[in-house]
Design a protein around this ligand. Sequence first.
Ligand code: AMP
Ligand code: MG
Length: 458
Amino acid sequence: MKLHHRFADALPSLTSACQPAAPAAPAWAYFNQDLAQTLGLEQSEVLLAILSGQQPAPDSQPVACAYSGHQFGQFNPSLGDGRAHLLGELALGDEWLDVALKGSGRTPYSRGGDGKGTLAAMLREAIISEHLHALSVPSTRSLAVIQTGETVARLGPEPGAVLTRVAASHLRVGSFEYLAARGQTEDLRRLFEFTCQRHYPGVDEPLALLAQVCQRQAELIAQWMSLGFIHGVMNTDNMTLSGESIDFGPCAFMDHYDPSQVFSSIDRQGRYRYEQQPGIGQWNLTRLAESLLPLMPGSIEDNAEQARGVLNEYVEQYQAAFDRRMADKLGVDHADLRNQWLELLARHSVDWTWGHAMLPDRSEWLALFAGAADAEDWYRRWQALQPDLDRVRANNPWTIARNHRVEAALTAATQGDLEPTLALIRTLQSPFQRAQDWADFGPGDAAFYQSFKTYCGT
Ligand code: AMP
Ligand code: MG
């Protein structure tokens, strides 16, 4: 594994050299053979030692990255990788990929935290990231989860683990905010140039970068919305410049359609609830725009005006992307019918995933609505438009990462049985297939949801 340190070399003010903690007794919990093959890596003792933090990779200069962030709307100028180490960048054709460890011990940005990861939290990221990837949603990937053999103190003692994350980059809106807040304009320019080279070749002015990032985030968030995915903690430090999903610790897929759905235990105001995600995307992109202003020539008023124009286009881009995704799911492009569909789902509290996946089978679908007359009426109008059923089947998953399935698998893993997690990851690799055990991937029961909450960084 030949690692480069282009980011650390270009932006020393955004990185601090530091070594991952060496674990006592590393052991594989999960290894992503497909991704390893893509990267040209083999599962070996040497790789185990490197990815656990026990042994440095050849040529490795691990760093923790600094960034700021608006957390639930409040600006925190000094965040950064409190429990992660960027080992370096891997060249894959003409692409660059970051290889980073998460849960790998304290860094200068740990702010009193222990820098560790629990087995459950690291496996959760592995399950969700690989599932998003299988759903064609841009996401950071998980190459491996390694148990450290150590105990991490949370609500109780828990097994510790380190995740290997592979990402297009770890450039965040918060990375720009960090340098802008400190008035480090030359470094900010270098970050801008680095970002363009890495993700947007040919882009050479800040407004153009903003427009590109808006487009990618519009597409990404429309995909989340079309899948009922709730990120849970859309702080500006958890939004990438690449357009990949990142840091979805308290994320969850909703079962019955409820636009006000929120799962995260700390999101008491529902700031990051399902229906807010597109708007929060724009709010975060506005923070990016503000951070880019110092790089724009000309008057601040003119630049702000132009940036506002770009941010307004995001609203249209998002709407167009969501309309397209919904037309894919329904097999027909019809705005009124689509809006009535969303109203129908909400009125009957019907499961988002099954409500779409069962569309091709009238009686199965109608049973979801207990044969309600308004549902029958809608179905008749939908059929009259001659929807493309192949399109419906290709765009509606059967098996999503149901919360009760994820929680049950992680509980077993914490108790020493990894098999349910590994089986779940395998099933979630083929979400569009109606697997033999498809019925076990239905919505959770009411008792489960009464107490179901998700947590950040556990
Ligand atoms: P998140 O919202 O999960 O992306 O994390 C928010 C911030 O908290 C980041 O700066 C993390 O590095 C930091 N953080 C989370 N867990 C820990 C931990 N156990 N020790 C140190 N820092 C942490
Ligand atoms: Mg984060």
